[in-house]
Write a protein that binds this ligand. Structure first.
Ligand code: ADE
Ligand code: ZN
Ligand code: ZN
Length: 322
């Protein structure tokens, strides 16, 4: 009886262990909400209007969470490797051909999803999802360990004890534990403080560099320092927090500023295309003119002649989940 009761629980214990052990988010929820909140204050009116058209609101804090919320849905398994970019341990610089083949990493994903989000020829639902992915992935790429090493899954496999008794891992420490230690749950307050303390010179530098590969290389450089500075006993406390939180703060702020700047740039380009189209197309009459349609001439296909119909087959995404 007793052993049956225990064995009933074993699958649950296993499931919980797997859930906790797997990649826990990106920046955690607080991080993405902070990045989105900082970005929201920096959108141009046109960008804000375009976002409201797609999402129904301009709540980038909420929109940035969606890509993590769908992680359990197997329909989106293809998106799992798009949250990060890994490079070999002995390499300081991300090489796209090697580390992001076919654009299948967070860097390629940002470029692709921004293009889809602003492409008015695409179906609205596809654009809406693309926008939510782009918002999330720009945040992710600013978390240093999202440009990490494949062999330990960006630090997910490195056990760490934080603040005396909290069992966590290096990745989660940088995704959320350090942020929560500062915010104590008040992420809105922390976002406000980061906005207020933003040094204008750094903001100008961040806005002046909107190449996702450069963002990844910045993260990569910080990742190296994170590994060098991790104590051998993997115990991190107040001293670690004090010396590393400024980096976390800077990456959150840079992520927010760049999210806004990248969206402003992408949607401004979209508007330019729209305006160009208006300038060259003749003025549309207010009432449609009835034109007698010529009868469509159907050319019969002679039997026996093979008809080649081009079929677009999406490239298979083979993603080994480390
Ligand atoms: N899984 C494998 N590598 C990862 C990384 N760098 N960040 C997050 N999850 C990962
Ligand atoms: Zn993510
Ligand atoms: Zn993460």
């Amino acid at each position: 009886m007793k052993s049956r009761a225990i064995s009933k629980w074993i699958p649950w214990v296993g499931l919980i262990a797997v859930t906790l052990g797997s990649h826990a988010g990106a920046w955690g929820e607080e991080g993405h909400q902070i990045v989105g909140t900082i970005a929201m204050t920096r959108l141009t009116p046109q960008t804000r209007a375009a976002i409201i058209e797609l999402l129904g609101n301009d709540d980038l804090a909420k929109a940035g969470l969606w890509a993590d919320q769908i992680r359990g849905d197997s329909k989106y398994d293809w998106a799992k490797p798009l949250h990060y970019v890994n490079a070999p341990r002995n390499e300081n610089i991300i090489v796209l051909d090697r580390d992001c083949a076919k654009g299948e990493c967070v860097i390629g994903a940002i470029t692709r999803f921004l293009a889809v989000a602003t492409d008015s020829t695409k179906p609205i639902e596809e654009r809406r999802e693309a926008l939510k992915f782009a918002i999330h992935f720009i945040g992710d790429l600013h978390q240093p360990l999202h440009a990490g090493y494949a062999d330990d899954m960006g630090g997910n496999r490195i056990q760490v004890i934080a603040f005396g008794d909290k069992k966590t891992n290096l990745h989660a420490l940088w995704d959320s534990v350090l942020i929560y230690h500062k915010s104590q749950g008040d992420w809105r307050g922390l976002a406000k403080a980061l906005e207020t303390d933003m040094p204008a010179k750094e903001v100008a530098q961040w806005e002046g560099n909107l190449d996702p590969l450069a963002w990844g290389n910045e993260s990569r450089a910080i990742t190296r320092v994170i590994y060098n500075d991790l104590p051998a006993n993997a115990k991190v406390g107040e001293a670690y927090y004090e010396s590393n939180f400024p980096t976390v703060a800077r990456r959150l702020a840079a992520g927010g500023v760049r999210l806004a700047a990248a969206l402003n740039k992408a949607f401004a380009a979209q508007n330019a295309v729209k305006n160009d189209a208006r300038a060259v197309s003749p003025v549309r009459p207010s009432t449609p003119i009835q034109v007698d349609k010529p009868a469509t001439k159907v050319t019969p296909i002679p039997t026996g002649v093979p008809v080649v119909v081009p079929v677009v087959v999406p490239a298979p995404v083979t993603v080994p989940v480390p």
